[in-house]
Design a protein around this ligand. Structure first.
Ligand SMILES: O=C(O)COP(=O)(O)O
Ligand SMILES: [Mg+2]
Length: 233
């Protein structure tokens, strides 16, 4: 086999030989808490409901917009009231989010250069997020990160979202690699559960959201303060 047809050589990261990384978006690459807080604040205002705090929003990020909106309504409404209001609320929220996407968010420290060094080390990169695909692509593009990714799959790309393994398994098929050689890099238990169920090794960043719980308590193969720290010194 000559150099052009040889498979991508594996790189040992967090104890596993890997050829690609699937990277989560919110809480891992981009600090989007400001976008979520602005969009939910506008939503609550339009619905005539009390304001939400940044902390309330932070603890509900990472399981997709549907979960975020329903759980936010439940802060002030009974379950049946929240369910009744939900169809209008989610439609309004998605419209508002589209006008806010990227305005109150920034890549975490070390992310642009970390992605560049993972690529330079020979890893192929894909992004999986529970955010809708169109908003994920738009945000990565606005922050100058989209060009690093072969594939971007949002929460609407497959019938099931993380923590279900489906998005990871299907993305590995799209890039033609077995799950065992694809490292999931995320910020939350949601990412780790999906990775474990898919058979992907998993590393978590220490600065993300993790549903308001300490991230180091999550079952993962490694932790990193910056994405680039995952590379061998
Ligand atoms: O909850 C969301 O919408 C996105 O979260 P994720 O990018 O961490 O998957
Ligand atoms: Mg996340």
């Amino acid at each position: 086999m000559d150099a052009r047809t040889a498979a991508t050589p594996a790189l040992t990261l967090v104890g596993h030989a890997v050829q690609a990384a699937i990277i989560d978006l919110d809480g891992t690459m981009i600090d989007t808490l400001g976008d979520f807080h602005a969009a939910l604040s506008r939503l609550m205002d339009e619905l005539g409901l009390p304001a939400v705090s940044r902390e309330q929003v932070e603890h509900r990020i990472g399981k997709g917009s549907e979960y975020l909106v329903l759980q936010t309504l439940r802060i002030h409404l009974r379950d049946d009231q929240a369910q009744d209001l939900y169809p209008r609320a989610i439609e309004t929220y998605q419209r508002i989010y589209g006008t806010i996407n990227g305005q109150y968010s920034n890549p975490f420290p070390g992310v642009p250069e970390g992605l560049a060094s993972l690529k330079a080390a020979g890893l192929r990169l894909a992004c999986i997020t529970n955010k809708p695909t169109r908003y994920a692509r738009e945000l990565l593009d606005l922050k100058g990160l989209l060009q690093h990714f072969e594939v971007v799959n949002g929460g609407d790309a497959f019938p099931r979202k993380k923590p279900d393994p489906m998005p990871l398994v299907e993305t590995c098929k799209q890039i033609g690699l077995p799950t065992a050689v694809v490292l999931m890099i995320g910020d939350s238990q949601n990412d780790a559960l999906a990775a474990r169920a898919a058979g992907c090794p998993v590393a978590l960043v220490t600065y993300g959201y993790n549903h308001g719980e300490p991230v180091r308590a999550v079952d993962a193969d490694g932790f990193a303060d910056r994405i680039g720290d995952l590379l061998p010194a």
